[in-house]
Write a protein that binds this ligand. Structure first.
Ligand SMILES: Cc1cc2nc3c(=O)[nH]c(=O)nc-3n(C[C@H](O)[C@H](O)[C@H](O)COP(=O)(O)OP(=O)(O)OC[C@H]3O[C@@H](n4cnc5c(N)ncnc54)[C@H](O)[C@@H]3O)c2cc1C
Length: 112
């Protein structure tokens, strides 16, 4: 598959970037793909209040599907490898996604 714009990671940064691109360029609907394996999105800043006992943990979770901006294509898979020379990403499923422009927004890995 091929999309002009591919965003790796559908967290706060990936979702915001897709929403802004599509808001400024409505004709790009269907041309912006978000690669994100998680079904749930966690609003991490609120965890500070969860830790303090001031907010319930459940308040920090949303269905990823409800956050994908209209016009964006959600690829429910994980990035396994970047191949910038070919302009391609390899997915965990083994599929390949080609792009013209790539946004990498995969956050950080929290190592407790
Ligand atoms: C306790 C706490 C408090 C915080 N408070 C604040 C605050 O007050 N203000 C603030 O600005 N920030 C705060 N942050 C930081 C905040 O969480 C980040 O600013 C924000 O979540 C970063 O967004 P992101 O999209 O870069 O990462 P995330 O929102 O973490 O999204 C990364 C996404 O990439 C996906 N991903 C990972 N690996 C892959 C892969 N191989 N392929 C595809 N997708 C992948 C993940 O599933 C995830 O959905 C806080 C963080 C914590 C933990």
């Amino acid at each position: 598959m091929r999309y002009p714009i591919v965003i790796a990671g559908g967290g706060t940064a990936g979702i915001s970037t897709a929403a802004r691109l599509l808001r400024e360029h409505p004709s790009w609907r269907g041309q912006v793909a978000i690669i994100e394996p998680a079904e749930k999105h966690y609003y991490q800043p609120l965890w500070t209040l969860v830790g303090a006992g001031a907010a319930p943990r459940e308040a920090t979770v949303r269905d990823e599907a409800s956050l994908i901006p209209p016009g964006a294509v959600w690829i429910r898979d994980a990035v396994a490898a970047f191949r910038p020379e070919q302009g391609e990403i390899e997915l965990a499923s083994g599929a390949t996604v080609a792009y013209d422009a790539l946004v990498v927004a995969m956050g950080i890995q929290i190592d407790w």
